[in-house]
Design a protein around this ligand. Structure first.
Ligand code: ZN
Length: 245
């Protein structure tokens, strides 16, 4: 996934122009971006991983890659469930190390992860989590059987996932804000040796902590229930305003 970052060196030499540096985003949520003049910026994203996966899914949908968008929407949901489970564990007195150890046992088994999430959600909210069997069946057809999704099918699935994420983020932003912040900083601490290595290995590399506008409005205090149709409109406006032409 490409990532665009403003080049601050170009901005310093001419404050009236915006020059974009482009790089490839890694799983550690940073990209080494290079501008047309060769200035290099290590841009580290200040987001939870599922927020970025959701952006990637929306991008795929807007590029008419509908089946690909289903994969990223599913990944965004699964990683949000992971975040919820971990925040729930922290709130109930477990340490980050204990939670990571426990998660390792489920790492490659999404059904186990989903089961752990369902239990945590039910205890946290006093209401059972309920998936829509029709959408689960559709996702499995796309992911495991190579079913080619139409725009209408992908849109219905995206609306379903957005609705689910709304429910989970509302709980996270309410009772689990501190735990989510702790998880975020713990993730950043884990990847800091990788970033340090890049920074020390290249004296010309500049560091930038980057916050993108979250399509899910993840950390917004006035966050309301978001519909996928609105997300598409926002994504279109942001692209026109922020991305290089
Ligand atoms: Zn530059």
């Amino acid at each position: 996934m490409n990532h665009y970052s403003l080049c601050f060196e170009c901005l310093e030499s001419d404050p009236n122009t915006s020059v974009w540096a482009i790089g490839e985003l890694t799983n550690d949520l940073f990209a080494i971006c290079i501008c047309p003049k060769g200035h290099k910026t290590l841009s580290s994203l200040m987001h939870h991983t599922p927020d970025i996966l959701y952006m990637s899914a929306v991008q795929a949908f807007r590029k008419e890659c509908y089946s690909e968008s289903i994969l990223s929407f599913t990944a965004a949901f699964e990683r949000t469930c992971e975040l919820f489970f971990k925040a729930f564990g922290l709130k109930h007195g477990l340490t980050t190390e204990q939670i990571d150890e426990m998660w390792k046992e489920m790492k490659n088994q999404s059904e186990r992860q989903y089961g752990a999430f369902c239990l945590a959600y039910c205890v946290a909210t006093n209401s059972p989590w309920a998936a829509a069997p029709q959408q689960v069946e559709f996702r499995n057809k796309v992911v495991h059987k190579g079913y080619i999704a139409t725009k209408a099918e992908a849109e219905a699935y995206a609306e379903y996932i957005t609705d689910n994420l709304n429910k989970i983020i509302t709980v996270l932003n309410g009772d689990y804000e501190k735990e989510c912040r702790d998880i975020y900083f713990s993730c950043k601490k884990k990847i800091s040796p990788v970033i340090d290595k890049h920074m020390k290995g290249d004296p010309d590399l500049k560091f930038s902590a980057t916050g993108l506008p979250s399509l899910l409005r993840w950390n917004h205090r006035d966050r309301e229930h978001i519909r996928f149709r609105e997300v598409l409109q926002v994504a279109s406006r942001l692209e026109a305003k922020h991305l290089p032409k």
